[in-house]
Design a protein around this ligand. Structure first.
Ligand SMILES: *[C@@H]1O[C@H](CO)[C@@H](O)[C@H](O)[C@H]1NC(C)=O
Ligand SMILES: *[C@@H]1O[C@H](CO)[C@@H](O)[C@H](O)[C@H]1NC(C)=O
Length: 314
């Protein structure tokens, strides 16, 4: 009997799992498209009557960044990453001790992706629950390009711009006999555009001698956890100059007539930095002009190479 009473006292003192704060449901959408008008994340909890006076509700991003705080009877506050982005007048419940437990976010962009934790505490107890949120943006443009980098190989590069988070790529060729082959990815390049957005590219190599004319060269871009899927295809023409964009030389086996244009601006220059490849796939490279653009840019590489060569020999 004595023992029983001791146990009971302990339970009353420490609240145990039964008498303290308990988060019963945390609702955070797994994925949200950026610019969705608003998203509400709710943190539903129970608190025993006698503990409600010391109640504090806090939301954190990635465990350490405090983004929302409500200490009744004060008004809730949005902080840090979420300052100016929360509708602090939004009430999730009528009970005074639960009114402002939820956050309604109004301006969603990819910088808000992360793990959201709700922490509910009283003087006696505390409970925390965490769930991930992914704010994504479909790419504003997906392009696939190819060029011959040696006598035997053709480089296939796919680029997705203005996308979040960083996407996955599948490069493939579809032969005229309908056979499909994956082009193994060899390299990847990426550059942050700020605001959580990325320009990302991935490239692989195909065999020049084994790729017949009219093969489809394609790229599928997907974003984890979403249904987003962007496909871009181009028709392969093996009649390609060999372009090598190494440090100083640019050569070709099939010289072409000069086009008038400010070629140097688009010239693929040294190395393989994203900057170069931005130059290669500039805004002019669109729609039906895609091919023409490609030749122009390949040629610009040639002329730049010749220019450097001549300078070196004068
Ligand atoms: C979101 O809205 C802003 C402002 O209206 C706009 O600049 C931005 O391009 C939009 N982003 C997307 C992914 O639609
Ligand atoms: C293929 O093209 C990409 C994009 O420009 C470049 O970064 C990469 O170095 C190229 N790979 C080869 C082997 O030429």
């Amino acid at each position: 009997m004595m023992m029983f009473i001791q146990c009971l006292t302990l339970m009353l003192l420490y609240g145990g799992g039964v008498g303290g704060v308990t988060i019963t449901r945390l609702s955070v959408p797994r994925t949200v498209l950026a610019n969705t008008s608003s998203v509400t994340m709710d943190c539903v909890y129970t608190v025993p009557d006698q503990q409600r006076l010391g109640l504090v509700v806090k939301w954190y991003v990635d465990m350490v960044h405090l983004v929302y705080q409500w200490i009744p009877p004060q008004k809730p506050q949005a902080l840090g990453l979420l300052s100016d982005r929360v509708d602090t007048s939004y009430k999730a419940a009528r009970e005074w001790w639960a009114e402002y437990r939820a956050i309604r976010i109004t301006k969603l962009d990819p910088t808000l992706s992360g793990d959201y934790s709700c922490t509910v505490s009283t003087y006696e107890d505390e409970d925390t629950s965490t769930a991930p949120l992914l704010v994504w943006v479909p790419s504003s443009s997906v392009r696939v390009h190819y060029w011959r980098t040696s006598a035997t190989q053709v480089n296939v590069t796919c680029v997705a711009r203005n996308v979040a988070p960083r996407p996955d790529f599948t490069l493939y060729t579809l032969y005229p006999d309908r056979n499909r082959m994956d082009v193994g990815s060899v390299g990847r390049m990426e550059a942050s555009r700020g605001g959580g957005l990325w320009d990302v590219g991935e490239w692989g190599l195909i065999d020049w001698a084994r790729t017949p004319p009219d093969t489809v060269v394609g790229c599928i871009v997907t974003v984890q956890l979403t249904k987003y899927r962007d496909i871009h295809e181009t028709i392969y023409d093996p009649n390609l100059p060999i372009i090598t964009t190494t440090t100083t030389t640019t050569t070709t086996t099939t010289p072409r007539p000069r086009h008038s244009s400010n070629l140097a601006n688009n010239a693929p220059s040294t190395g393989a930095s994203l900057l170069d490849f931005s130059g290669l796939f500039g805004a002019a490279n669109r729609g039906s002009r895609r091919r023409a653009g490609w030749y122009l840019k390949s040629l610009s590489g040639l002329f730049l190479g010749l220019y450097h060569w001549r300078r070196g020999h004068l």
